[in-house]
Design a protein. Structure first.
Lengths: 336, 669
């Protein structure tokens, strides 16, 4: 088998780990391996980092879609495996992710004018909680040095009438919110304090070995009962006598529940109180984690694609070799 | 910083400390030798900077730098560039020192000194402050300095108010910001700056803000204090008012013989005196000063003696007092009024020979000796003056409707927050304030307020004594307000039957579980008062009742003589029952935590060392009792049932109270 001449030779030729594709997972593995002193080769067939996690400009996006929507160069020969005495070769083919791609542009001038002002996330924009485990990982691995985040300034939740409500997600936000009545402010904050108390009591119970209902109860730090923890979150919120508006703020804008929790017919993932509380806990520990982030959520300034790149830069610093525009066509197995 | 736990230093820390101390000592000795030799070279000045950046508390070094600055300013011939660079150097040193210790008085003071030279940019200071206040938003040095900078910059109070708003928005627990806000709002209202000219509008805005804070987090105390301040601003009278007086405004006085006075022939207004003078009592709603012949105009149908000397009844060393007493020498009679509030009475003094000496009869605080005072048909109109004892209504502010509106709004809001203590407490305060605004004597909400305080006692046991005291004040007022209620507590001493209309009425408020007294302005007429079987720990404020001749305080919780300080001012007191209290039972005197003006404040100025030893009786061991009792002319005293009462104390009492005829029911020689 002769290598296509367009691909240069890579030196050295032996590695502890060869990773194909620079998606987020591959980049994290590469960063971890190179940080622990392994030799790593990281390849990607695309001319950019990130594979399907990338953030692309519009021209990059169209060319990416075009090249990925039709089966790329069908296997040239029928011989998918080649056997020799010492090893066997398995040829790899890539399946296109997209089919029937149709690209049209309604305002070419407008687009042309603003082309450089934005990127598009291939896997859709996803914001991160400040207390997300990924953030911890980036801080721990040092990948955080290579990416800049911006804070999400506000979040809103829509009601049935198409009106957007500001999400009061902290004490300061509840205080400032002008749309909540005094009673609603009080109810929402009390619920937050109840959750806080539950979390503190849980941590205390974990460290002291008792059930957490002992000394902590005096300070009002009581755990939510196991029975309550197992019931649907929406039911628990109703039991706490929170009005519908507050319920939907907590469910959809803070606990980020996916389906309409009110409609059992549609809802495929009914959130349990336990999980709801965990999500609230993540949200609350996110608020104020970084002084320059005003809310709970952050987002890489230049898009999601920054995340795999940050890890790959980290691994490159630690000695990992990166080769882009380098497809992997086959894998050889040693015999015996 | 707040809420940081103190940790024990580790061994390596201790080693680092001693190394640092060694370094500091060397620096300090070098610096001091420079200082003493007045060396102001660049190196010497830098050395002081180095010292200060490690230890900003070194005052001498700051002073040295001031001398050095003056020296180099002189050398520079006031060339603007050189001056700037010299002063900027100072600011930089201070900034570094503050980074080391944010709370260094010396550093902050030095910075003020530099800025007062007037050559530095002040705008920079606000930026620095923002940075520092971001780190510690409640640092009082930074707040002080901020006020200093704001004044230098001529920053408007509105801008500063917005700044407090920003900080409160960030964190509602910022006490300092709330406090600065109260100062700024007061200033703006006083100056009647636009948007602050209408007091009611300002207060409504502020109520809205603090309501948001209190409802968002009812456990956070910073909002409570601001709310309390706002409520005070809402109900506070703009200027002092004469709340009540004795003899009542417009009352007639009848003088019987030369020692008996009958005002309007009502037993509530009879007063007998044996000193040849009659006290005139003025009760103001706030402590005032400057009551004298020129400010109080006295008018009567009589011979007016212009020489009435007005004396404040002081509970501390200030010159202001709620209560002022003037002695009216007979046979001249006077009337009194202060400033704009003219008190005008006509005194009538026909001679009657109805004088009786109550004082020499033994007084028993027992129920059987009294019969309830029931005005018969003849007398009923004589009781009417009771309602006129208070002259408050006549001086009511013309328009209190905005106050009522604001407080009603707050009441309806706080009814929504009744499941926590601050909600209940605030509602109780609001309702009390609301009742005080209504010009009638009836307290519409007193039942509800009493219930709220009872609930609070159960809900919040650590502070139950406070709620109990508030409860007592309301109960006390309820009991003595309104004719029906008051009359049911008025008794007449049975044995004194010679003249039914001239016997003083005894007000018996016993067995009501009272722990605190109030509403004295309505009780100026009382001469015989029975407060036995209550839970009093202090009688603060009782000094207003200047006519008191008989006082029963037995079976209360009075713990010491200091808690009886008010007695010092009751010069008419003849009969006093202190039996079965806790005087002498507590080794630690906690009165100072109960009274706003404990005795210890007034001690010293009046203490005369020569009085310490009298006939071998040690006054030192009873100095509190001595201090309270020495000016009184008691003829009868009951002290039994107190830990302090023993033979030694009896001997002491005989020494201090030469007029005493009865002690613990036993006639003295």
């Amino acid at each position: 088998m002769s290598e296509p001449p367009s691909y240069p030779q890579i030196e050295p030729t032996t590695f502890d780990l060869i990773a194909a594709g620079t998606g987020l997972a591959e980049c994290i593995v590469a960063a971890a391996a190179s940080a622990s002193g392994k030799t790593v080769l990281h390849l990607d067939t695309n001319p950019f980092y990130g594979s399907h996690y990338s953030s692309l400009s519009v021209p990059e996006l169209t060319s990416f879609l075009n090249s990925n929507s039709t089966p790329s160069s069908p296997p040239s020969s029928t011989s998918t495996t080649t056997d020799s005495l010492d090893y066997s070769i398995v040829n790899l083919t890539t399946q296109p992710v997209y089919s029937d791609v149709e690209i049209s542009c309604f305002y070419p001038e407008l687009l042309e004018e603003n082309l450089r002002k934005f990127n598009l996330d291939l896997c859709g924009p996803r914001v991160l909680f400040c207390a997300d485990k990924l953030i911890d990982l980036m801080l721990k691995s040092g990948a955080s040095h290579y990416v800049e985040f911006k804070s999400i300034d506000a979040s809103f939740v829509g009601d049935g009438n198409g009106k957007l409500w500001n999400v009061p997600d902290s004490r300061a936000a509840i205080f400032k919110d002008k749309s909540l009545t005094l009673k609603e402010k009080n109810q929402l904050m009390r619920f937050f304090k109840l959750v806080q108390g539950h979390l503190v009591a849980t941590v205390a119970a974990g460290s002291s070995g008792d059930d957490g209902n002992g000394n902590d109860e005096k300070e009002g730090k009581t755990k939510i009962s196991d029975e309550d923890l197992e019931m649907p979150f929406i039911e628990y919120l109703s039991n706490m006598q929170l009005p519908p508006k507050i319920r939907s703020i907590i469910l959809y804008a803070i606990a980020m529940a996916d389906y309409d929790q009110d409609d059992r017919g549609v809802c495929q993932n009914l959130l349990k109180t336990k999980d709801g509380i965990d999500r609230l806990s993540l949200y609350q520990s996110s608020v104020g984690r970084f002084t320059n982030a005003s809310g709970a959520l952050i987002y890489p300034v230049y898009g999601q694609g920054e995340l795999p790149q940050a890890f790959s830069r980290r691994s490159a610093v630690k000695g990992c070799i990166y080769v882009l525009r380098m497809p992997v066509t086959g894998v050889t197995y040693g015999k015996g | 910083m707040h809420g940081r736990p103190r940790k024990a230093p580790k061994p390596e820390d201790l080693a680092a400390f001693s190394a640092k101390a060694e370094k500091l000592r060397i620096l300090q000795s070098q610096f001091l030798s420079n200082h003493h030799q007045k060396i102001y070279t660049k190196e010497a000045v830098e050395l002081s900077a180095k010292l200060l950046e490690i230890n900003p508390e070194c005052y001498t070094a700051w002073n040295y730098r001031k001398l050095a600055v003056q020296h180099s300013l002189f050398e520079s011939n006031l060339d603007p560039d050189a001056v700037n660079s010299i002063l900027n150097d100072e600011l930089r040193v201070v900034e570094n020192a503050l980074r080391q210790n944010f709370k260094s008085y010396g550093a902050w003071y030095h910075r003020k000194w530099v800025l007062n030279k007037g050559h530095s940019s002040i705008e920079n200071e606000l930026r620095l402050l923002d940075k520092l206040q971001n780190v510690d938003p409640r640092n009082f040095h930074a707040w002080n300095y901020r006020r200093f900078v704001a004044a230098l910059l001529n920053r408007s109070d509105e801008d500063e108010l917005n700044h407090t708003q920003d900080l409160i928005d960030k964190n509602i627990s910022n006490y300092s910001a709330w406090h600065n806000r109260s100062v700024l709002v007061s200033n703006l209202m006083k100056k009647k700056v636009q948007a602050f000219s209408q007091k009611d509008e300002v207060l409504i805005r502020e109520y809205e803000l603090v309501r948001d804070a209190v409802f968002t987090d009812e456990d956070d105390q910073s909002g409570w204090f601001y709310h309390l301040w706002l409520l005070d601003q809402t109900v506070k009278a703009e200027s002092p008012l004469l709340t009540s007086s004795w003899p009542a405004h417009g009352s007639d006085i009848t003088l019987s013989g030369d020692r008996y006075l009958d005002l309007g022939s009502s037993p509530f207004n009879t007063y007998h005196f044996d000193s040849g003078s009659l006290p005139l009592i003025l009760y103001f709603n706030q402590a005032v000063e400057g009551v004298n012949v020129s400010t109080v105009t006295v008018s009567s149908g009589f011979n007016v003696n212009k020489d009435v000397i007005w004396k404040p009844i002081l509970s501390n060393n200030s010159k202001t007092a709620h209560v002022w007493v003037g002695q009216l020498k007979f046979p001249k009679v006077e009337l009194d009024s202060l400033g704009a509030y003219t008190l005008e009475c006509m005194y009538n003094l026909p001679k009657k020979n109805q004088w009786m000496d109550l004082v020499q009869k033994k007084y028993h605080g027992e129920m059987k000796n009294f019969h309830i005072y029931e005005p018969d048909s003849l007398e009923s109109d004589l009781v009417l003056p009771l309602d006129h004892l208070s002259i408050k209504n006549e001086h009511e502010l013309s328009d209190s409707s905005w106050q009522e509106k604001i407080i009603d709004e707050e009441i309806s809001n706080f009814r929504e927050l009744l499941d926590c203590k601050i909600g209940k407490l605030t509602l109780a305060r609001l309702l009390t304030a609301r009742d005080a605004l209504v010009s009638s004597d009836k307290s519409v909400h007193s039942e509800e307020v009493l219930r709220l305080y009872s609930e609070l006692m159960k809900l919040d046991p650590p502070h139950s004594q406070f709620y109990k005291d508030e409860h007592s004040l309301i109960l006390f007022e309820k009991v003595i307000s309104g004719r029906e209620s008051l009359l049911s507590y008025c008794f007449r001493y049975k044995n004194l039957t010679s003249s039914s209309s001239s016997n003083p009425i005894c007000l018996r408020l016993n067995g009501l579980s009272l722990s605190r007294l109030g509403s004295f302005e309505k009780l100026l007429w009382v001469q015989m008062l029975d407060l036995s079987h209550n839970e009093l720990r202090s009688i603060e404020g009782l000094e207003a009742m200047q006519l008191l001749s008989h006082l029963n305080l037995s079976k209360n919780k009075l713990g010491s003589f200091t808690s009886l300080e008010s007695l010092r001012h009751l010069k008419s007191l003849k009969v006093l029952d202190l039996s079965y209290n806790e005087i002498g039972a507590h080794s630690v005197d906690t009165t100072k935590y109960l009274c706003s003006s404990p005795l210890c404040h007034s001690i010293g100025s009046e203490w005369d060392g020569s009085e310490l030893v009298t006939d071998g009786v040690s006054l030192v061991s009873y100095w509190e009792a001595f201090f309270i009792l020495k000016g009184l002319k008691l003829t009868q005293l009951d002290i039994t049932g107190n830990a302090i009462a023993d033979e030694k104390f009896t001997a002491f009492l005989a020494e201090v109270l030469p007029a005493l005829k009865w002690l613990d029911g036993v006639q003295l020689n």
